[in-house]
Design a protein around this ligand. Sequence first.
Ligand code: ADE
Length: 336
Amino acid sequence: MDAKTQAAFRKRLLRWFSQNARILPWREEPSLYKTVVSEFMLQQTQVKTVIPYFNRWLECFPDFESLSIADVRDVIKLWEGLGYYSRAKNLQLFAQKFIKNPAKNFLDLLKFKGVGAYTAAAIASIAFHENVAVVDGNVVRVLARIFNLRTLFPSKDNAVKCVTPLANELIDAQHPGDFNEAMMELGALVCTKNNPKCENCPLKDLCEAFQQGTVDKCPQFIQLERKKCLKKRLWWIKEGCLLLEPSRIGGANALWELPELTPERAACFVLDKLLFVGKRSIGTTTFTEEIYAASVPNTEPMWLKQCTYFPLKDVHKISLSGPHKRWIQALLKKSF
Ligand code: ADE
């Protein structure tokens, strides 16, 4: 793309963004803290899911200081349902480290746990006005179509690597944060994966794929085989209390799950009845999780010692990972 076309691209994109940007809570009276919180939440999660979590978060933890001294259980509780809980812990670690040693640029940000190139570029460009492009799945799609890239990408990471130099060449050095947000917004609202709204696109005259009629062929990815995984879990109630095990992800007993019956563990139990079959997907793996009522052996196995019985009436007060919360609610509604 020549310099004149690049200039036209930037001008049209930024004008479109100024007229079409969604009103989002982190865009109102923006601050570094709001940018950091929103970008952590937006990793692997859609904008509409993040909005209520972001608002609650800011009410409880309005700044880096309040977050840094919070009890990790309260931090995880506020994240409950957003998934990928290590993000919540890393966000608190970010606050603790940032207070002692504030990051000032993209390279500083990369040293924080849980901050990859994507999040570092988003924070650096939006909060520090640094000239560094954000490339997520939306941006890959926009640029693959603009340049009519017909490569069959082996993975998303590979596509990001391929597209990043193009994004860094196009970025508007005067408005890097707006440029990045505009690219993500265009990908989310107009240049969508299915049914893109090309007629409404401010860049359609500059879009190679639109001109060639190949929009639905860009970008293309090698289809990964889906894997299947079966897990068994235990539903065990004693004196009105449900047995739960701390998740390895939450740590510090901050996040709880129905105990998994690995084959070694299941050998100690008599599985009485299959009560529920839950399904969830993580990446390209589909997990089928069977939840069993079981007879617990007379001598309790060692691993039960790390578990805790929670009164069923208080189970909503602790943090449960998203699918476990749904399964427990469904099981509590069932009459046995
Ligand atoms: N996705 C990740 N960061 C975003 C942002 N700042 N605006 C819109 N979508 C995003």
